[in-house]
Design a protein around this ligand. Structure first.
Ligand code: CMC
Length: 375
């Protein structure tokens, strides 16, 4: 029989149905549970969006208060996890740290092996609450600093700044951060989300699926791009050097990080909103260099290659201007995407069939095993 069509990278393949989010590349738009993502970003907190993704509807005031109280009460990580984190190599990558911490949390979780929908939902909330605490503890341990205790009166965004930076910034900064969390929360069957669904399809539990999702997100073609963007902007140096730097990049046919997308070919729906808030950060900090450099790069990419920026392009400088160190950018993406991953884990488990595709064999023909003396 002849070779079947191979969809390398599963390009254009519908692997399942999903009612969580919808990408419409023809109109550069994205909705979560039917709401446009830019509308959610402007009008909701990240906690509201987390609730929406998991429950299917936006919370009313009482539901939101209960959700915030329930998750804020779960922010502490165990003394055992703090000890494990202190043993992490000081020069380890924060993504490896949070991947390891989530795996450890799975072993400690009181309901670890319970894959019922109710238990999986409780585990998702615990992860949502504890991930920032673990990211911050590992970051501070790598600097020889003691971890800070979460304060249950803080919002999700306030908590992240408090735990990592030791201070809560002004409202404009908190809003820009919340916007980034909302925009990063969910994006259909991207590599890390599909990884989480694939793990779930074997009947494995929430923490395993999320650990695998984090491993997938680290790659520079996926979440790792937000860090790569900031390294790139620093390498360029400023708007004056941007045209020439990019021309050299074109000469080498090198990838330009933060550009291109598998699904959006004429613009990523999340970019205008994130760019607006990154610009606000530049104003707050009084440093326009990175956004001006970005503008020159984006204009030339579009003019000469017809390639648009993706969300990581404005998110990278936004996080930098918010005062986060570059290796924390992808862990912050984890703190957001746990919401989307967990929704997909629940959806996959609710209507599961083991994910098991076929491979078309291109190796050697079948042959006998030669004796040792004849090899
Ligand atoms: N820089 C230079 N050329 C590019 C880029 C880029 N960033 N992205 C795509 N192209 C070119 C690519 O070389 C190809 O050219 P040709 O047809 O001559 O071979 C053409 O555009 C089509 O691209 P593709 O490789 O077929 O696209 P893909 O769907 O396989 O890959 C991608 C999508 C995101 C992996 C890719 O665009 C890329 O590597 N971008 C840089 C990394 C990045 O920013 N990733 C973040 C993705 S979005 C947010 C997230 O998931 O975290």
């Amino acid at each position: 029989t002849g070779k079947p069509t191979i969809y390398k990278g599963l390009v254009g393949v519908y692997a399942d149905v999903s009612a969580i989010s919808k990408v419409m590349p023809e109109t550069n738009s994205l909705t979560y549970r039917g709401y446009a993502v830019q509308d959610l970003a402007e009008n909701c907190s990240f906690e509201e969006v987390a609730y929406l993704l998991w429950e299917g509807e936006l919370p009313n005031a009482a539901q939101l208060a209960a959700f915030k109280a329930e998750t804020a009460a779960e922010r502490e990580i165990s003394p055992a996890l703090h000890r494990v984190i202190r043993e992490f190599p000081k020069d380890g990558h924060p993504m490896d740290a949070i991947r390891t911490a989530v795996s450890f949390m799975g072993m400690e979780d009181p309901e670890t092996a319970d894959v019922s929908d109710a238990a999986q939902r409780r585990k998702a909330k615990r992860l949502f609450a504890k991930i920032p605490t673990a990211i911050a503890a590992a970051y501070r341990a790598s600097k020889g600093l003691e971890p800070l205790r979460p304060d249950p009166s803080h919002s999700f965004a306030e908590n992240v700044f408090h735990l990592i930076q030791g201070k809560v910034p002004q409202p404009e900064v908190l809003k820009a951060f919340d916007v980034s969390m909302i925009l990063y929360a969910e994006h259909t069957f991207n590599a890390s989300t599909y990884t989480a669904r694939l793990v779930t399809s074997s009947g494995a539990e929430m923490h395993g699926a999320i650990t695998a999702g984090i491993a997938s997100l680290k790659g520079p073609l996926h979440g790792g791009a937000n860090e790569a963007v900031m390294h790139m902007l620093k390498e360029v140096g400023g708007p004056e050097q941007a045209e020439e730097w990019l021309s050299t990049r074109f000469d080498h046919k090198a990838l330009v990080m933060g550009f291109g997308h598998r699904v959006y070919k004429s613009g990523d729906s999340r970019v205008p909103t994130m760019t607006k808030y990154a610009e606000k950060m530049a104003e707050v900090v009084g440093d326009r260099r990175w956004m001006e450099t970005s503008r020159v790069l984006a204009a030339k990419m579009l003019r000469e290659k017809n390639i648009h920026p993706n969300l990581d392009f404005p998110a990278g400088p936004a996080y930098y201007l918010m005062g986060f160190e570059i290796p924390l950018f992808t862990p912050l993406f984890v703190a957001a995407r746990i919401t989307g991953w967990a929704s997909h884990v629940l959806e996959q488990a609710a209507d599961n069939r083991l994910i098991r595709p076929l491979s078309w064999y291109t190796g050697l023909e079948q042959r006998p095993v030669p004796p040792m003396s004849a090899r």
